[in-house]
Design a binder for this molecule. Structure first.
Ligand code: HEC
Ligand code: HEC
Length: 315
């Protein structure tokens, strides 16, 4: 992993972004500090490369889990509102595979890496390394992979063998293209197709499961039109992370914004109530999945987004 970082830093040098007088020449970024690189360079490999010092017990993990994770993942890691973390071990090859963190992962180090970089969903990278070890231990315990008295550190985490360690195959892809896995193309050496058409295909059941991806990514890939009115509200909602859980026309974890608009169409007090709900979070109106409080979003932005939603959430 360090080679990679050095490569990046070297590339920055080559571009003249980092050294002295040249730094401002392109008016583009600045040299990252060693601390910034260290904070970003946190990947953990299957063999444990990159695991930090630290340790944590199942018991500590349970305490943390109940406080910071159970609201979304369920007391026993069983909730499918967000993602089930436990159960399903041994079912993957059956007719009804139950894919959970415990049943599908092939290396426990990946679980550590995932929690450390991405969870809790509403406050990623706020856990200490000891806390991540403890939470990893607890999630493994929920899956009966380590005993209740277990304490994990670098060496013992590397030694954990996940039930699905040998279950990964390359015999199937994400989808199939005319009966062939989409990820197993053979290099063509003669009589090849003259005009290659690049296509991609998701299995039917996965389509739409993450909302409107075109809409979620348009912000980064389309040239930005000058923001005004709804365009500004949409950009604000994307920037604030709302679209991770909401689609305009399709619910993801939270309801579709057009459905919210419909529900409160004749409700004059809705704006003030929804602004408070978004700021404080809550559940029970659309289902059992909670919306975490969005206190990181400036109040004026929340109000602008809610107004846009209540106005019909159009472009
Ligand atoms: C606000 C809800 C929320 C909270 C709180 C939360 N998570 Fe998650 N978690 C999610 C969502 C949503 C995903 C799926 C993210 C994705 O697929 O991009 C997820 C995914 C995961 C996964 C990966 C599941 C898999 O196998 O693919 C793990 C492991 C996990 N969370 C652990 C934790 C732990 C540990 C905590 C507490 C420190 C926590 N989560 C707190 C919502 C939450
Ligand atoms: C981690 C997922 C998540 C994120 C991020 C999120 N929401 Fe939600 N949102 C939900 C869920 C789940 C509900 C349903 C809550 C309920 O049933 O009471 C919801 C409900 C709502 C509602 C309807 C509330 C009601 O009582 O009818 C509005 C409006 C809303 N969200 C706006 C936003 C806005 C604006 C943002 C961004 C600042 C945002 N949400 C970010 C998950 C999320």
């Amino acid at each position: 992993m360090f080679n990679w970082v050095e490569g990046l830093v070297a590339a920055a040098f080559a571009l003249g972004l980092s050294a002295g007088a040249d730094a401002s020449r392109y008016d583009l970024g600045r040299t990252p500090t060693t601390a910034e690189i260290a904070a970003w360079d946190i990947d953990v490999r299957p063999d444990g490369t990159g695991l930090p010092d630290g340790r944590g017990s199942v018991a500590d993990g349970q305490r943390l889990y109940d406080a910071k994770c159970a609201s979304c993942h369920g007391t026993f890691g069983e909730s499918t509102d967000y993602m089930a973390l436990a159960g399903g071990v041994g079912t993957l090859a059956s007719d009804q595979p139950v894919r959970t963190t415990g049943s599908k992962l092939n290396y426990a180090t990946t679980l550590f890496d995932y929690i450390r970089r991405a969870m809790p969903f509403n406050a990623p990278k706020t856990l200490t390394n000891d806390e991540v070890y403890a939470l990893t231990a607890y999630v493994l315990n929920l899956n009966d992979i380590v005993p209740a008295g277990a304490m994990l550190d670098r060496a013992s985490l590397i030694a954990v063998k996940m039930p699905n360690r040998d279950g990964f195959t390359r015999q199937h892809g994400m989808g199939s293209v005319r009966g062939t896995p989409d990820t197993r193309a053979k290099a063509c050496m003669h009589d090849c197709v003259a005009n290659v058409r690049v296509t991609s295909e998701l299995p039917e059941y996965a389509k739409g499961s993450h909302g409107d991806i075109a809409l979620q990514t348009a912000h980064w890939i389309a040239p930005q039109a000058p923001a005004s009115g709804s365009a500004a509200a949409i950009a604000t909602a994307k920037g604030a992370g709302c679209m991770a859980c909401h689609g305009v026309a399709k619910g993801v974890i939270g309801p579709a914004f057009v459905d919210v608009a419909r529900k409160y169409a004749d409700d004059a007090g809705a704006e003030a109530r929804l602004v408070r709900k978004v700021e404080e979070g809550g559940s029970g109106v659309w289902g059992s999945a909670p919306m975490p409080g969005q206190a990181h979003v400036p109040a004026a932005d929340v109000r602008a987004i809610v107004r846009w939603i209540l106005g019909g959430a159009g472009d």
